[in-house]
Design a binder for this molecule. Structure first.
Ligand SMILES: [Zn+2]
Length: 197
């Protein structure tokens, strides 16, 4: 007679398996789904990764904005603001990450992805997000001077466009806005001391 044993753990050591096989127990059914820690990570975790990217921009004296694109519980692309370094008006964190993600997936359609960015995307980046068919955008803080996901415009749900984006704002909002306010405060301080010397 074949026996089926349900066990509490999805990790069963091989000596136990051998012992069970000798007893005629051939199948082991886990009583809970396999543990996949990467799928259990929350928005804060991925936004923290985007903040790390923003730090890379800051290290280059760029406005600290960072972005990661996540698919199946993994980062598939990262980007940080490189507008000054590259002298590129399109050198925004989101656009850099979107291009990398498309290269990695071999497709311009970034379906089943989530884009995390520390600052509300601008019109250009929301345009790219829509063109790339990204379904969900999570961002840190609103950009009242240039945001196109609720501040100046909201391109996420314009019925004239053929794609809708689900927005999740204010994730680690204070960390993301402090990054920017500290950067601009430091910039002002440096400019003041440069004027005095
Ligand atoms: Zn942008």
């Amino acid at each position: 007679m074949r026996l089926i044993l349900a066990v509490q753990s999805d990790k069963v050591c091989s000596p136990l398996l051998q012992d069970l096989a000798q007893k005629g127990i051939t199948r082991i059914l886990p009583t809970r789904p396999p543990h996949k820690p990467e799928l259990l990570r929350d928005h804060d975790y991925w936004m923290q990764r985007a903040i790390t990217e923003a730090g890379k921009a800051q290290a280059r004296n760029e406005v600290p904005i960072g972005c990661v694109i996540v698919r199946d519980g993994k980062i598939i692309a990262r980007g940080h603001n490189l507008r000054e370094t590259k002298q590129d008006p399109a050198g925004h964190a989101e656009l850099i990450a979107i291009r990398k993600a498309a290269r990695k997936l071999g497709s311009w359609r970034l379906i089943d992805t989530t884009l995390y960015v520390t600052l509300e995307p601008c019109t250009m980046c929301m345009g790219a997000i829509i063109l790339a068919r990204i379904p969900t955008v999570v961002f840190g803080c609103y950009d009242p001077k240039g945001g196109a996901a609720g501040s100046l415009f909201d391109l996420s749900c314009d019925s004239r466009l053929n794609h809708r984006v689900t927005l999740l704002p204010n994730v680690l909002e204070s960390d993301c806005s402090k990054l920017l306010s500290d950067f601009f405060a430091e910039l002002r301080k440096r400019k003041r001391s440069a004027r005095l010397t």
